[in-house]
Design a protein around this ligand. Sequence first.
Ligand code: C2O
Ligand code: CU
Ligand code: CU
Length: 451
Amino acid sequence: DARQQGQVIALSAQAGKTSFYPGRPSDTFGYNGSYLGPTLRVHRGDEVKVAATNRLSADTTVHWHGLLIPGELDGGPHQPIPPGTTWRPNLPIRQPAATLLYHSHAHGLTAEQVYSGLAGMLIVTDQEEQGLGLPSDYGVDDLPLLIQDRQFQDGRLMMPAGMMTAMQGRRGDTILVNGAPNPLAAVPNRLVRLRLVNGSNARIYDLSFSDGRGFHWIGTEGGLLERSVALRSLTLAPGQRAEILVDFADGRTVSLVTGPDANASMMGMMGNTGMMGGRSGAAGLTSMTVLRFAPRPMGNSGARTSAPDLLVPRVRPDPAKAVRRRRLVLNMGMGGMMGAGGGMALTINGKPFDMGRVDERVRLGDVEIWEVSGQMMKHPIHIHGVHFDVLRRDGGRPDLLDQGARDTILVKEPVELLIRFDQPASTAPFMYHCHVLEHEDNGMMGQFTVS
Ligand code: C2O
Ligand code: CU
Ligand code: CU
């Protein structure tokens, strides 16, 4: 908790050994430890001082995914931290309570560094949220769950490589939650809040409970919804977050499970034939357990026992105020896939990412509509420095799961995003990119200024 005035959050990106399985140490990266980083909890209104030190042998960055802050504080590819140096941004927290994350965004190295462990959770709280009486006993009835799939060989973490990996992103046969395989969470036998974060490089989760029980969806990337939504399953793409309330009052052990990833099955055939030579080709094709819950009596927090209908009112921009429409196509070109270059073309609007090129220039304070679509598979489009609303999907109304303030959304068919640009990015641009990290590193990214 960084609320005390003047307190500095120190993060050290470092290499280490992690034994995901006893006696099987793996080479990993972490912040302040050997894998992942501490959960940072900040309060709306804070000015958070950070000292991020790079103790690795390559450049890294610390990107605050979902934080609404100016471009030069964003921690994207334009704020590299060279080895042996410290970056000291002061982060103004001026947004509603939400579940965010931080991770490496080093140019061309994001996928490998995140896969190795450079990610953590960032929780913003505010008084409005605290007034709702939601479960908020951190680690007891308010659980941060960073979900990642990883590939293991003889109990050691391995980094899938090859053509399959470049095409569909790194996938794995094992799901880790907060860095643990086969996790079991002891929870109180009452209403519990789960902060679900998809920290995978590429896997899309289709989450539900093993006994089919319903739950209440209460929050998106941008914070709490206006009204809770009763659901039985929820899709979570890389970079996305969802907060849900689950009732464990019946005391029965139950698992959070995921269905097969449609993106993996589409590409999986090629992997299975060996054509692409990737051993993670089949990963993602099956249903898997994410984690098990063992409810038990654990005092009483005084938190509510049922999900509230009304959460936090939110004013979205008026679509009639949009001054401009832009189109982004996330391209995945098969042409030349087997060519001498060895890679397939991953671009946006036909252009691979170029650090030296500003793709779009937006005026500070403007409302715009961005129409985004993707080729060949579903792509999670993420836009820095903003929260947006989904106006339309595939020419019609948005899906139930499209609602709320978002920063990452799945596209294949065109979606229309309503965006107000309130954060300046004149000295350093913001990014927009596919959050399949291998796509991002290999060119499916662009940048824009706001001034
Ligand atoms: Cu979560 Cu541009 O990244
Ligand atoms: Cu981001
Ligand atoms: Cu993509």
